[in-house]
Design a protein around this ligand. Structure first.
Ligand code: AMP
Ligand code: ZN
Length: 466
């Protein structure tokens, strides 16, 4: 299996640090609003990579953070006259709902900055003690000149960078590229005690800390969108390698951007869409399929036409699978014919083609084509004359490949009516009151299968259709 490593700028054979195990860290969103369509890409892509690694037999420890201390969160909290925690709690919950809608497997751990403060302070202390960081008036800076490898991920030369950075004069900094690890408290902002006074951490330190705590000093894969290569990931490498004295991540993967109507998405251009808005019109599964239709490193363009095309493609798979399902119930009840046996042995070519595509830097676009070929083959070769067993075997082979991509062609649309949902929620509340947790969980699963998401809030149970 080969993957493109941003650090070495080439496709490399994937060799994990530990046999059969993968430690993977993905930078998550800053939770000040609903996630947008661009954020959906790393969610879907790195989930698919994780699923493929699992399919290949690796046990994947998958950590994705939530940035819940940030200027944008504070600004939103002031606007709404609520606490920063209320804002971040709300949008963590909403991001998880969107991730669920996109059929993203839950992470092994979703750490949050506010819950890791002692560890963050500890790593900054180590950097100061080792001479990689310095404090000026309550601000702690990382000294980029003290770390030899600065610029190795982005391929930037520190002297060239400094020429650009000198425009922004900051007398406190020793070097123009030095960045903040800890900043002093300003009125109205969340704050924590530290050896450098009350304040809060800069952005980059959180990922170095969370990766270390939940995965270890050296990890296999670190991932995020390409905008994070510089400065975020460059700074993470500097912090982690300076503090731990070890390589931080063996492989670095970065997804390309989603543009809207061929333009960069931005609030001022009015072409900015939250995933939730789009999901009102386009089912999550179509959005996921759309993202998988491009190679993860290429930019992709979001437009209504392309989304419709993705929907049509997905329907082709779903219709075929439904037809086969019908034959599994209504086909001939006899043994596999000789021809069917021959056809089954031919199917391996679709699986091989699928795996070859995924082994080549996770080319999901080609993997999807392999599924389409399989669908074409099934449409030609399965009919009312087929045996049930034949339909069963072909169905499970197609579903297996779809599953790796997180596509569920057999999933039924939500059809439950409101009364039925409310009744089930009441039943679950009763089970909870009786401390019958197993039954409460079972009802939650039943609702989930009906396409209903429920959320326990202080005001009671809220539900929504997926
Ligand atoms: P943010 O909340 O901006 O830190 O973004 C969370 C994740 O989404 C990061 O991995 C970003 O690189 C990624 N991301 C942000 N905007 C886009 C976009 N338009 N296309 C693809 N990925 C994006
Ligand atoms: Zn990060």
């Amino acid at each position: 299996m080969k993957l493109y490593n941003t650090l070495t700028r080439k496709k490399e054979e994937f060799v994990p640090l530990e046999e059969n195990k993968v430690k993977m860290y993905v930078c998550g969103p800053t939770v000040y609003d609903y996630i947008h369509i661009g954020n959906a890409r790393p969610y879907v892509i790195f989930d698919t990579i994780r699923r493929y690694l699992e399919y290949k037999g690796y046990e994947v420890n998958y950590v994705q953070n939530f940035t819940d201390v940030d200027d944008k969160i504070i600004k939103r909290a002031i606007e709404e006259n609520v606490s920063a925690k209320e804002i971040s709690d709300r949008y963590v919950a909403e991001a998880l709902k969107d991730a669920y809608g996109l059929n993203v497997e839950p992470a092994t751990k979703n750490p949050r900055v506010t819950e890791e403060m002692p560890h963050i302070i500890e790593m900054i202390k180590i950097l100061v003690e080792k001479g990689f960081a310095y404090e000026v008036n309550g601000t702690v800076y990382f000294n980029t000149k003290s770390f030899d490898g600065y610029g190795k991920l982005s391929g930037k030369n520190i002297d060239d960078l400094e020429v650009g950075a000198r425009i922004e004069v900051n007398k406190e900094k020793k070097n123009p590229m030095d960045f903040v690890l800890w900043k002093p408290f300003k009125p109205g902002e969340p704050k924590w005690d530290s050896p450098w006074g009350e304040g809060r951490p800069g952005w980059h330190i959180e990922c170095s800390v969370m990766a270390k705590i939940y995965l270890g000093d050296t990890i296999d894969i670190h991932a995020g969108g390409e905008d994070l290569i510089f400065p975020h990931h460059e700074n993470e490498i500097a912090q982690s390698e300076a503090a731990n004295g070890k390589q931080f991540s063996k492989y670095w993967l970065h997804n390309g951007f989603i543009n809207v109507d061929n333009e960069k998405m931005s609030k001022s251009k009015g072409n900015f869409f939250t995933l939730r808005e789009i999901a009102k019109e386009i089912p999550y599964e179509v959005i996921r399929f759309f993202i998988l239709n491009g190679h993860y490193r290429s930019p992709i363009n979001f437009s209504r036409e392309l989304m419709e095309a993705a929907g049509n493609g997905l329907d082709r798979i779903k219709n075929c699978v439904k037809d086969i399902k019908f034959i599994t119930l209504n086909g001939k009840d006899s043994k596999l014919s000789e021809n069917e046996q021959k056809l089954i042995s031919e199917c391996v070519k679709f699986k091989n083609r699928f795996e070859e595509s995924m082994d080549d830097d996770f080319n999901t676009a080609d993997a999807v084509s392999a599924i389409f070929e399989f669908v074409k083959f099934a449409n030609v070769n399965i009919g009312t004359e087929s045996t049930r067993e034949f339909a069963d075997i072909i169905l499970s082979k197609i579903i297996e490949l779809c599953d790796i991509l997180g596509i569920e062609p057999l999933k039924e649309e939500a059809v439950a009516d409101t009364g039925e949902i409310e009744k089930l929620i009441e039943k679950r509340q009763l089970a909870k009151k009786e401390k019958n947790w197993a039954e409460a969980d079972r009802i939650r699963d039943e609702l989930s299968e009906m396409g209903i998401l429920i959320e326990d809030t202080r005001a009671g149970v809220r539900w929504s259709r997926k």
